[in-house]
Design a protein around this ligand. Sequence first.
Ligand SMILES: Cc1cc2nc3c(=O)[nH]c(=O)nc-3n(C[C@H](O)[C@H](O)[C@H](O)COP(=O)(O)O)c2cc1C
Length: 177
Amino acid sequence: MNLENLFLKRQSTREYGAKPVSDKDLLEICRLAKLAPSAINSQPYRLYAVNGAKAKEFAKNVQLMGSNKWASDCPAFIVIEQGKPPILERLGQKITKTEFVPIDIGILAAYITLAAENMGIQTCILGMRDEKGIAEFLGLATETKFPLVIAVGYAAEGYPVREKTRKPFADTVKLIK
Ligand SMILES: Cc1cc2nc3c(=O)[nH]c(=O)nc-3n(C[C@H](O)[C@H](O)[C@H](O)COP(=O)(O)O)c2cc1C
């Protein structure tokens, strides 16, 4: 798909149809997303592709305080586990006073959503999640960080592609020459 069309078509989808996502496609999205850049190529994350009956069980972990009710009908999720940056990156973070790991994870999330949309599969990035619940679900230590979860599935029939609402170009972009 043409890149601009892909950017326009990718949207936060909050109503999914019954069609399941195959394990193969879910893993292919992860494979493509792993091509994302990261600070010193540290790739400080791990992905968990949750599908089928397990996804139904998982949904409650992205419904913190009554949010994301629609996620109950979402057929799959990709969970991003935050890893520890290597020593060189920690040094860079200290010098620049910048946390690169969340930036890396944001870029990864963007790659996931665009890779999926290019395969005709819709997504929604989810920040409203219960990290303790996710850790328990995955059998990992309680303090493990899961900064983002991505809902993955096929949009319900007739779900409209919304027009993008973005701040005016002139307010956000300045050409310096
Ligand atoms: C870090 C982050 C967290 C988000 N968390 C949620 C969420 O918990 N639930 C939800 O429905 N949308 C969530 N969104 C989706 C945004 O609301 C959405 O990207 C934004 O409104 C722009 O709309 P679009 O994605 O359709 O272009 C999140 C997006 C980002 C980048």
